[in-house]
Every structure is written in structure tokens, then in C-alpha cells.
Ligand binder design. Structure first.
Ligand code: ATP
Ligand code: MG
Length: 230
């Protein structure tokens, strides 16, 4: 199943309720195909919620208003197609209880070991890999619990790099939800830049707390503590 060939994403008057809270209020946002938008704002304001909304991860009934990709409601697009088109790279990537190889191949099933090792090196995990007695055969533990937060994040970046090399051209939009927050700041910016430079026509929503990360985008949108976009 291939990604959509383009991804213009529009939120029009979107309100999101999570539990007892209204998180986003009447949010309007347009990310043109290939555009790079930074999303900043206080903790708890709803930045991650927007990222989750774009890959249809929010519970049914939580979202009110129109959220579309190329004019189609997001929740009417096949979830597999949606997630191939919009790649969500979360702050704590979901690793399953298997070895490093299997966790990376999730992003590019046909990748050989050399490609996996190169992706890890490109994600700043080369020294870590070299120090593993069992290399790619190393189990990561339940939810990646044998790894540090930074190591998990580097695997998340490696996965995103691999996804970018899929035969269908890879995702058209990256939702980067603080995927390098646990890495040294300069390294984090370098990795984000590498992800963005891999395909200059690929769009991105860069959720960031650090100015140097937000500066990688074409423009910046702020979510207020009240959940309004400006
Ligand atoms: N699974 C959930 N169930 C209920 N409420 C949630 C859930 N996830 C987040 N929330 C609530 O939604 C609000 C917005 O959370 P969100 O994670 O979008 O904020 P954020 O801007 O990404 O914050 P941070 O900068 O700390 O990552 C918070 O009040 C949070 O408690
Ligand atoms: Mg968040």
C-alpha cells in the first residue's frame, strides 16, 4: 500500500476534547504540500494532540470540526495509507519486544543489515551499535526498556530515515513531535536537519521547545495555553 502522492493538510475550526479538558479551540491550520511548519507553545497546550490528530490517533468523538488531507476527511482515509503518507515520529518511539533489526525493519521491511547499520550511524547511534556485542540481534526489551531514552530516540530517527527510502518515495509529511528532546541540543538539530534534507520536497510539522529546532521550519505557529493557534 503506497503513500498518497501529495499531502496538503488543513484543520478548519477544530476543537479537541481530551477527558475533562478542551485542549484545542477552533484551531485553523494549513500545511501545504512540502511546507515546513514549526509548532511551539507551553507544555500541555495541545501540540502533541495536533500531531496525533493528523495521523488519526485520537479517540472517536474527541475531534470536532474539519480535518482534511487533500480535501478528504482524515478519518475517511485508510489508516495504513494515512500513516504511510504522514509519518508520526513521537518523543518516545514505540519499540516492541524484539531485536534492534526487527524494530528498524518496521520502517523498511526489505532493508538489509548494511542499510540498517547505516541508518543507525546517520541517526547518531553508530558508537552505540559498535558497543553492542550482539549488534542488530540485541533485544530492546519490552517497549524498548533496555535502552536509554536517547537511544530510543536515535532508533526513532533511524526509522524515519529508513521510511524515507521506501520504494513509494516515503512519507509526504513528517510529524516530528520532539523526537530529539533527550539528545544534546546541537546533535538534535543536526539530526532534524538530516531528516529534513533527505527529501527537500517532503513537508514537516516540527513540534519543538527549542528555538534552534523551530528555526528549521519555513514558518512558526504558536499554540496558546488556552489551546488557540496564532
Ligand atoms: N491520552 C490522553 N488522555 C487524556 N488527556 C490527554 C491525553 N494526552 C494528553 N492529554 C491532555 O491534553 C492536553 C494537551 O496535551 P499535549 O500532549 O497535546 O500537550 P503538549 O503541548 O504536547 O505538551 P508538551 O509540551 O508537554 O509535550 C494536556 O492537558 C494533557 O493532559
Ligand atoms: Mg507534547
Amino acid at each position: 500500500m503506497a503513500a498518497l502522492p501529495a499531502a496538503t493538510v488543513v484543520l478548519d475550526g477544530v476543537t479537541v476534547r481530551r477527558g475533562p479538558r478542551t485542549v484545542l479551540r477552533d484551531a485553523t491550520l494549513r500545511i501545504g504540500d512540502g511546507e515546513r511548519v514549526a509548532l511551539v507553545g507551553p507544555s500541555g497546550s495541545g501540540k502533541s494532540t495536533i500531531g496525533e490528530l493528523l495521523v488519526d490517533l485520537l479517540p472517536v468523538g474527541a475531534v470536532h470540526g474539519a480535518a482534511t488531507i487533500d480535501g478528504r476527511p482524515l478519518d475517511e482515509v485508510d489508516p495504513h495509507v494515512l500513516r504511510r503518507t504522514i509519518l508520526h515520529v513521537p518523543q518516545d518511539p514505540y519499540l516492541f519486544d524484539a531485536d534492534v533489526r526487527a524494530n528498524l525493519r518496521l520502517a523498511l521491511p526489505d532493508a538489509d543489515d548494511d542499510a540498517l547499520r547505516q541508518a543507525l550511524r546517520d541517526a547518531g547511534a553508530g558508537a552505540w551499535l559498535d558497543g553492542l556485542r550482539d549488534g542488530l540481534d540485541t533485544p530492546v526489551g519490552e517497549r524498548g526498556g533496555h535502552l536509554s531514552g536517547g537511544e530510543r530516540q536515535r532508533i526513532g530517527v533511524a526509522r524515519a530515515l529508513l521510511a524515507g527510502r521506501r520504494p513509494d518515495g516515503g512519507p509526504r509529511l513528517l510529524v516530528l513531535d520532539e523526537p530529539v528532546s533527550q539528545l544534546p541540543p546541537e546533535e538534535g538539530v543536526a539530526l532534524l536537519r538530516r531528516l529534513l534534507d533527505a527529501d527537500s520536497s517532503r513537508g514537516a510539522l516540527l513540534i519543538a521547545h527549542r528555538d534552534a529546532e523551530a528555526a528549521l521550519a519555513d514558518r512558526c505557529v504558536t499554540v496558546s495555553a488556552q489551546g488557540r493557534l496564532a
